[in-house]
Design a protein around this ligand. Structure first.
Ligand code: ATP
Ligand code: MG
Length: 587
């Protein structure tokens, strides 16, 4: 391997501005430059009621809500947990928090009361803002959370005389008392590095981590996400399926509004349905779609393809599609392109901890299976165990440069990433930056990839998911993508499984199509063995033969453990394999 030189370590040309406030410098600016520009195009569950709200609306409402929060004694630097279905006040409150410096912590509506208690305690939240269902859960645990002073309900009716009426502030009623022209000046003490947002990670590898972002690390830096990956500008209408509690919803919020585009929001409260998703694309002028790979996998199934081909299933205005959150299989990209008459899915990579840092983007042809190139301005690289940049095609850790041996100036470090994790027990912030003996300092993302000679990144897997079999390192993603090419496979999860001879072998948990499953249903041993062999041979033909899954288990779709955001928890399957192995040894 050529010895790396300091010049191989990328440096970001971006500089942190001396002042920035998302509400003032983005929302108010669009509001005054183009008062009729639509910021949010909203529709309800049934698609019957719609609202088009301007940047001017969010500018005004956020001035008023910031004034309201201050009047309720919720102060800059205090945390407010926000849980609601996708209704416009979510964005009004979010903009107000950013304007006033109240730290916003969006969480998913799927949390139960116990989870809410834990999040209130970890974040030490002073306020809780939620819809009717979320507030009801919060009230069950309120007594256990002494730091929580104020509970505000933004949807549904709060009856003053009811059991909780005295404990809960009715948002709409309280807001009516704030004059429509109320002005809230951004506090002078609010700087680009002030704390602005906390998120809980998806919890794919363990308990969700608490991630702290600043007024710029997400709210401003996501302009890059909007420009390069989503390709947004005024006039584009952008729909992201992610629920409000996930960082990915914030990616959308900040990307779209930095670019002056319109966020499309469907207040969908039911379980995902491919047909409903296609109906929405058919009924509304959505130009840009972002969905997780698991959704695209459903959209390309035969049934969806049939509906897509019908009058009610054809998108009205769709021209750009994006995916992120999990690896996106090449075959899905190809099928979607066929179905849509040429729309490719632009895969991108990022984390709750970062903006989109690597993406298929404008000006670079999509290479299906690759997550594209580092987003301009992001000092992203791949490093080995000694902190040296790897040679092309050599797998290593995906890393963001904080400073390198030659340019030790951390004042100008890339600002599109988190301040650190908040330690649940002590509240201390740890930025997890790793210093190597060669003087390089990186944020190591925890994922593995290689970079080809044209600079495209190829995802291998999470560091903990990579399988070591007979001296070979095997990334689960490549094996899963190969299996997905087979017509009988809906999806799979590939993990390491203990093996007496080889130490670890590749094991695939495979979900079959209904047609394939019906052939093996009812313990048909010979048919099952034949299908296992067929899939193994298929993998040997379509990927390096040493990567084929030596063990295959056919499972029901519900068997695959997933996070509430739909990501496969491979660590749980790996643990299951270990448990089974230990039990078999004892038996
Ligand atoms: P936790 O950190 O709690 O285990 P998580 O890592 O899934 O959960 P997120 O921050 O939501 O939480 O997800 C970021 C991770 O998702 C990345 O580190 C990576 O493993 C995966 N990921 C995101 N985008 C892609 C992509 N385009 N291709 C492959 N993996 C991706
Ligand atoms: Mg993570």
């Amino acid at each position: 391997m050529p010895s790396p030189t300091p010049s191989q370590v990328p440096v970001s040309p971006l500089r942190l501005p001396t002042t920035f406030n998302f509400a003032r410098d983005i929302v108010d600016r669009w509001a005054s430059e183009s008062p009729s520009q639509i910021a949010l195009h909203w529709t309800d569950q049934t698609l019957t009621s719609t609202k088009k709200l301007t940047y001017r609306h969010f500018s005004r409402q956020s001035h008023r809500i910031a004034t309201l929060l201050a009047s309720l004694g919720i102060k800059q630097g205090e945390t407010c947990i926000l849980i609601s279905s996708r209704i416009p006040p979510w964005w009004e409150v979010a903009t107000a928090c950013l304007r006033s410096g109240v730290i916003m912590c969006p969480c998913t509506t799927l949390l139960v009361a116990k989870d809410i208690e834990s999040r209130l305690l970890v974040s030490q939240a002073a306020a809780f803002i939620g819809d009717e269902a979320a507030v009801a859960k919060c009230l069950q645990v309120r007594r256990q959370c002494p730091k929580l002073r104020t509970v505000i309900q933004i949807e549904g009716v709060v009856y003053p005389g009811s059991e909780h009426g005295s404990e809960v502030i009715d948002f709409q009623a309280a807001l009516e008392k704030i004059p429509p022209d109320a002005e809230y000046a951004v506090p002078l003490s609010l700087t680009p590095k002030s704390q602005a947002l906390t998120f809980f990670t998806s919890g794919t590898t363990g308990p969700p981590k608490v991630v702290l972002h600043t007024q710029t690390s997400y709210p401003l830096a996501h302009a890059l996400t909007g420009i390069h990956w989503l390709q947004l500008s005024p006039g584009e209408v952008y729909w992201n399926l992610s629920e409000q509690g996930w960082a990915k919803a914030a990616w959308s919020f900040f990307s779209a509004w930095n670019c002056g585009a319109t966020l499309f929001v469907h207040d969908d409260r039911l379980a995902f349905s491919a047909e409903r998703t296609l109906r929405v694309l058919n009924r509304f002028p959505i130009t840009t779609l972002c969905a997780p790979p698991t959704v695209y996998r459903q959209l390309v199934l035969e049934e969806s393809r049939k509906f897509f081909a019908s009058e009610a299933g054809r998108p009205m205005a769709l021209r750009h599609c994006c995916g992120a959150g999990e690896p996106l299989n090449e075959s899905v990209i190809r099928t979607w392109k066929d179905m849509t008459g040429g729309i490719e899915i632009f895969d991108a990579y990022g984390q709750t901890e970062t903006i989109v840092i690597c993406a298929n983007q404008r000006g670079n042809p999509v290479r299906p299976g690759s997550m594209g190139k580092p987003v301009p301005g992001v000092p992203l690289t791949v490093v080995d165990a000694e902190g040296n940049v790897t040679a092309d095609e050599v797998e290593g850790d995906i890393a963001i440069v904080v400073s390198s041996g030659s340019s030790g100036d951390e004042k100008n470090a890339f600002f599109g990433m988190f301040e650190g994790y908040i330690d649940r027990a002590t509240g201390k912030i740890d930025n997890k930056i790793k210093t190597y003996a060669n003087g390089n300092r990186f944020f190591i993302t925890g994922d593995r990839a290689s970079r080809d000679s044209d600079g495209y990144f190829w995802f291998v897997g999470r560091s903990d998911d990579v399988i070591n079999s007979s001296g070979y390192r095997i990334g689960p993603f490549e094996v899963e993508s190969t299996l997905k090419l087979h017509p009988s496979v809906v999806e799979s999860a590939v993990v390491s499984s203990p093996d007496p001879a080889r130490d670890e072998v590749v094991k695939a948990f495979v979900v079959l199509t209904d047609a394939a499953f019906s052939k093996i249903k009812g313990n048909k041993e010979a048919e099952t063995a034949n299908l296992v062999k067929e899939l193994q041979d298929f993998c040997k033909e379509n990927a390096a033969p040493y990567k084929y899954p030596r063990k295959i288990e056919f499972v029901d779709a519900k068997f695959l453990p997933k996070t509430i955001s739909g990501k496969i928890k491979r660590a749980e399957l790996k643990a299951l394999e270990r448990r089974r192995f230990e039990e078999a040894k004892r038996a």
